[in-house]
Design a protein around this ligand. Structure first.
Ligand SMILES: NC(=O)c1ccc[n+]([C@@H]2O[C@H](COP(=O)([O-])OP(=O)(O)OC[C@H]3O[C@@H](n4cnc5c(N)ncnc54)[C@H](OP(=O)(O)O)[C@@H]3O)[C@@H](O)[C@H]2O)c1
Ligand SMILES: [Zn+2]
Ligand SMILES: [Zn+2]
Length: 336
């Protein structure tokens, strides 16, 4: 019986308090990870607050886990105790539906979320199905790799899924945890990269991360001046913006792709889409094979999250740091 020391929200919006639980016998295809580091994604805040309406309490957040394999079920042969691994938003799949059988595990209707109906990585141990646990390649710093497992894969997925070309012009809206990794990936991919930010203070930093151009994400005239430019725009913003202005900034056959979770319906006029054969799309995280490919790409191109570290015992301070909007760019919790 594995005893877990974790941090949990007990009701919507509560501060996290210490929470212990027993994991029970390990399943044949499961592994336990000793958590060394865990990034804090904005979705952790939204889940603590029940902003998505799907939270179950006590809720142990944390889905950007990096650690070492501590135990393996009898049927696990590709991971062994001591391996350096990571775990993201999803911690299990049915493994037999059409989505799983074609490599699209992240759209499996039975995919399990690491922090819904099970307990996540703000803890000393987390359990997951072995297929969702990905080894860290050589060359990635374990202390900085956690944010790749949700933030990184979530922005990498639309680049890979939609066949982004190195000759394309691409843009990112919102330079936070996801956005600052997206800039680095797009630059390494070969694209001309534009950062849309609402924070004047981030303009130079966005350039340092690899952006060729920076535009104020809330300035209609500046967005209008970029009409027809982008083959792909990835929005990482969790708030409503002038989406029609962004649709107009797409090139013909360009794509406006939402990964930031906007609570309200997306207000979009049809004509800019229709006349330009433009598309609107969205996606959840990414499948395990793509996560492995993304990690290799990050290691090869020195793509690394820019982080601020807190010990796990200061988790509430760390959450406040993200909530304040001041984090540069991802807050990561370290084992006490
Ligand atoms: N689809 C998925 O699978 C998936 C996975 C992970 C996260 N998410 C979602 O993605 C979103 C971003 O997550 P994150 O962890 O990157 O959050 P974050 O670190 O807080 O970054 C979000 C950024 O959006 C911009 N922003 C925030 N509020 C804004 C406003 N009112 N107007 C304009 N810009 C605003 C800010 O960038 P600037 O300062 O540059 O303007 C901010 O840094 C969240 O909604 C999260 O739930 C989705
Ligand atoms: Zn996340
Ligand atoms: Zn499935």
């Amino acid at each position: 019986m594995t005893h877990v020391n974790a941090w949990a929200a007990t009701e919507a919006g509560s501060a996290l308090t210490r929470f212990d639980y027993d994991l029970g016998p390990i399943g044949a295809d499961e592994v336990d990870i000793a958590v060394d580091h865990c990034g804090i994604c904005h979705s952790d805040l939204s889940m603590i607050d029940n902003a998505f309406g799907m939270s179950q309490y006590p809720l142990v957040p944390g889905h950007e886990v990096v650690g070492r394999i501590a135990a393996t079920g009898d049927g696990v042969c590709h991971l062994k105790v001591g391996d350096r691994v990571g775990l993201g938003w999803q911690s299990g799949y049915c493994m037999h539906c059409a989505q799983c059988m074609t490599g699209h595990h992240n759209t499996c209707p039975e995919a399990a979320s690491t922090i819904i109906g099970r307990h996540g990585g703000f803890a000393d141990t987390v359990r997951a199905q072995s297929a969702s646990v990905i080894p860290l390649p050589e060359g990635l710093d374990a202390a900085e790799a956690g944010p790749l497992f949700c933030g990184g894969i979530t922005v990498f997925n639309p680049m890979d899924l939609h066949g982004l070309m190195p000759t394309d012009r691409a843009a990112v809206i919102g330079i936070g945890g996801l956005g600052h990794i997206a800039i680095q990936f797009l630059r390494a991919w070969g694209c001309e990269v534009t950062a849309f930010t609402s924070s004047d203070g981030k303009a130079q930093e966005a350039r340092d991360l690899g952006a060729h151009n920076v535009i104020n994400s809330r300035d209609p005239a500046a967005i209008g001046a970029a009409a027809g430019q982008f083959d792909l725009i990835i929005s990482t913003v969790g708030a409503s913006l002038d989406w029609n202005a962004y649709a107009n900034a797409l090139s013909p056959r360009g794509r406006l792709h939402f990964v930031g979770v906007v609570a309200e319906p997306i207000a979009l006029s049809l004509f800019p889409l229709l006349f330009g054969e433009r598309s609107v799309s969205s996606s959840p995280a990414g499948p395990p094979a793509m996560i492995a490919r993304m990690l290799d790409f990050a290691a090869r191109h020195d793509v690394a999250p820019v982080t601020e570290h807190f010990p796990m015992s200061r988790v509430n301070e760390a959450l406040d740091r993200l909530r304040s909007g001041g984090a540069r760019y991802r807050v990561v919790l370290d084992r006490d």
